[in-house]
Design a protein around this ligand. Sequence first.
Ligand code: PAF
Length: 303
Amino acid sequence: MTLSSFPGDTVTSCAPARALRGVEDLRAALAPARREGRTIGLVPTMGFLHEGHLSLLRAARDECDVVVMSLFVNPTQFGPNEDLDRYPRDEERDLRLAGEAGVDLVFAPEVAELYPDGFATAVEVDGGLTSVLDGDPARRGPGHFRGVTTVVAKLFNIVGPDVAYFGQKDAQQAAVIRRMVRDLDFPVRIQVMPIVREEDGLALSSRNVYLEPADRERAVALSRALAAAEQQARAHDSLAAGLDAARIELAAAAIEPEYLEARDAETLAPVAGLTGRPILVAVAAKVGGARLIDNVVIEPQGG
Ligand code: PAF
């Protein structure tokens, strides 16, 4: 697809999406669309696309005139003992899938393009949002979210999207980004799309490739635990009953969670019971070679 033929012009193509490496190249490529008042949708990714990413791309394709996907394994959101070096990468495949999903432009910068020598700025969402769950210093830590918000803020400034798409799978990330957008008045709408699951319930993740077959079977206990949590919490009108049921499911698969917690879905403040507001039940666990996260939101009854 060429830049003079955005989807609104009814020209479609399944050629691999075009990758641009430079900030200025991307801005220049988007300038005509911006001048013409076309809506721009951004889907930020770290690549190794799966159906979860594709659902975001399809939503962007449906709703926006121009779809930009970023493809960047962001080093600043990985801790020193995390999987930056072995994070799965396959740019050729990603460009092909992006093309098939109707992406107009892929922004795939080198690290030095986004973090040039002397880079010294960070965007940090404070408070209860980034120091709990994955942000607990004993886990990934707040530095993980500082890396995410810094790169997402840069992407927003580079692309200038009208809408940006994120997955509910990373519920905490989505809550943190929503807060950043609100607090810093980014003129972008954040659209969070539902978790995409395998048939047996396992939430899709690029990191699922780390699972050996036996661990892949055990990993489904995370989604089973969350389903049990929701079902039992509703049946007994008790969050504690829900969390107990989830712990039993995890234990049956010999999974020791890093955390299994219930929090207000927007503020991530701890909750002791069903509050009448959406409650996020989030779990993280190491299963074999993969650290997996998953969650469910218990919506208020009748809400
Ligand atoms: O969710 C992800 O893949 C990443 O955290 C994101 C939003 C692309 C930022 O690097």
